[in-house]
Design a protein around this ligand. Structure first.
Ligand SMILES: [Cu+2]
Length: 174
């Protein structure tokens, strides 16, 4: 009960997203915009399918053949020019940062983006560590961050993935 309320409150605080439709939505989207001095843009869609969430990512404006850390971060706030307003990794379980395939990791740990020769990256990936719409693991009101460097999947607290080059607040789909 408490965590449900806390999630609802933070979603409202973060971006005044549609509190009335909060519980009914099963999909949410983040529109990624470049932080100051950067060029990456794109979108990330989260779709609840039974006990799993399908994460569909599409990003362009990356350096050719580059690799980038990608995470759900705690705060749905991309207002800072460097994206630091989004806070640390979304980590409702209070776990260490790790590879996205590990059980003991941040819920917000996602696979790295790998750009092609045109600077475009996309993937689809499923996880049961996130949810859309209710509970402590809901992504609504959080943010997605693209980092300049690859996540090494082990350094604490964020995989040594460097500055934030794009940020997007995750909002419930209508
Ligand atoms: Cu991150």
């Amino acid at each position: 009960m408490t965590s449900k309320i806390a999630a609802a409150v933070s979603a409202v605080l973060a971006s005044a997203v549609l509190a009335s439709s909060y519980a009914a939505d099963s999909s949410a989207t983040a529109e990624l915009k470049p932080t100051q001095g950067n060029t990456a843009t794109g979108s990330v869609q989260f779709t609840q399918q039974g006990g799993k969430v399908v994460v569909a990512v599409s990003v362009s404006g990356l350096a050719p053949n580059s690799e980038h850390g990608l995470h759900v971060h705690e705060k749905g706030d991309c207002s800072a020019p460097d994206g630091m307003s989004a806070g640390g990794h979304f980590n409702p379980g209070g776990k260490p940062h790790a590879h996205f395939g590990q059980a003991e990791r941040h819920a917000g740990d996602l696979p790295n983006l790998r750009a092609d020769m045109n600077g475009h990256a996309n993937y689809k990936w499923e996880t049961d560590a996130l949810s859309v719409g209710s509970g402590a693991s809901s992504v609504i009101g959080r943010a997605v961050i693209v980092h300049r460097d690859p996540d090494d999947y082990k350094s604490q607290p964020a995989g040594n993935s460097g500055p934030r080059i794009a940020c997007g607040v995750i909002a419930a789909a209508k």
